[in-house]
Design a protein around this ligand. Structure first.
Ligand code: PSU
Ligand code: MN
Length: 308
């Protein structure tokens, strides 16, 4: 395999890719903007350990000193977590500027997909993807993650999306953009903290191997773009639906009152939800990311066997 010189890979990630071994990409916005310090760092390291225990090599992705990096040291993860929102949140539109300025950036799902694809990594695990925000018919706030899923060949394992978003419109958008939404052992799109949303996935998949065959076929057919692999939070960690609905509605109302818009909106909502549930939602968040890391490792492993 030809390695891309634009991406600077850790020796372990580089060796795994060269040898055709499974690699799972992990994002860094979740570290800097998605969880409080020090739980964010602790979680990022636990997610990496879980990927390893599940038989794949973790590649946490970020921009550091203007370099597109796949595979960070513990010290680099600690630094991203400690600096938190002082680190620039980097999506597709931000990437060229951060690289040109030789800056540091925490990559969103979209930017992580771009760097993963450049590196040759096809599977990515996170918590939740961005989507169409409630009220998007007025604000036009639609995450760049959805466009990226339409164009970049990386499968994203997530627990669906938070109902801070309009999940129905998010599914409509994904359909329009030709992005398959595959439910892992579920008929419904999970809503991050809860296992159900009342909205159907496109296809239910029972095994990692079934998911892998669909992905492999998609890319063999030259159908560009990724897929959403929706993996519900384990039952034991799911949050009560009514409580989450109440808290999310409150957080959205506060954001509107304080006129919080653009790239600041999602991080604001995430931190308010965590405060309003007194940390319970953070525990759920951590467990669902670990669960996604395990499935992503299995999919990545099966993809490596299929691709030979
Ligand atoms: N949703 C979460 N946790 C997160 C994010 C979203 O439940 O950490 C982060 C991801 O990095 C995602 C980004 O790509 O927020 C989306 O931001 P925006 O809505 O501004 O596109
Ligand atoms: Mn947005």
């Amino acid at each position: 395999m030809q390695l891309n010189p634009l991406v600077s890979m850790s020796p372990v990630v580089k060796a795994a890719l060269q040898n055709g071994q499974p690699v799972v990409a992990l994002e860094s916005t979740i570290i800097s903007h998605g969880m409080p310090y020090p739980k964010n760092v602790e979680t990022a390291l636990r997610v990496e350990a879980t990927v390893r225990e599940s038989g794949a090599v973790p590649a946490t992705i970020a921009v550091i000193g203007g370099q597109l990096r796949a595979g960070l040291s513990e010290a680099e993860i600690e630094n991203l977590g400690k600096k938190g929102t002082a680190v620039t949140k980097v999506s597709r539109r931000d990437l060229p500027v951060l690289v040109a300025r030789k800056g540091d950036g925490a990559t969103t799902v979209a930017a992580t997909m771009i760097i993963a694809a450049l590196a040759g990594i096809r599977v990515f695990a996170t918590g939740g993807i961005g989507g169409v925000h409630r009220g998007a018919e007025r604000t036009m706030d639609i995450s760049a993650d959805l466009q990226e899923l339409a164009r970049t060949n990386v499968a994203v394992v997530c627990a669906g999306a938070k109902s801070i978003l309009d999940l129905r419109l998010t599914l409509e958008y994904l359909e329009t953009m030709g992005v398959p939404v595959l439910g892992f052992q579920t008929d419904e799109l999970p809503a991050f903290y809860t296992r159900t949303s009342g909205l159907p996935v496109d296809y239910r998949m029972e095994t990692a191997s079934e998911i892998t065959k669909a992905l492999h076929t998609k890319w063999q057919l030259g159908l560009h773009g990724g897929a959403v692999i929706a993996n519900p939070i384990p039952e034991a960690y799911a949050m009560p639906q009514e409580e989450m609905d109440r808290v999310i509605d409150l957080a959205i109302a506060e954001a509107a009152q304080q006129d919080i818009v653009g790239k600041a909106l999602t991080p604001f909502l995430l931190s308010r939800i965590e405060q309003l549930t007194k940390g319970d939602s953070l525990e759920a968040n951590i467990e669902l990311v670990l669960n996604n890391a395990r499935l992503a490792a299995a999919v990545s492993g099966a993809l490596c066997s299929l691709s030979g």
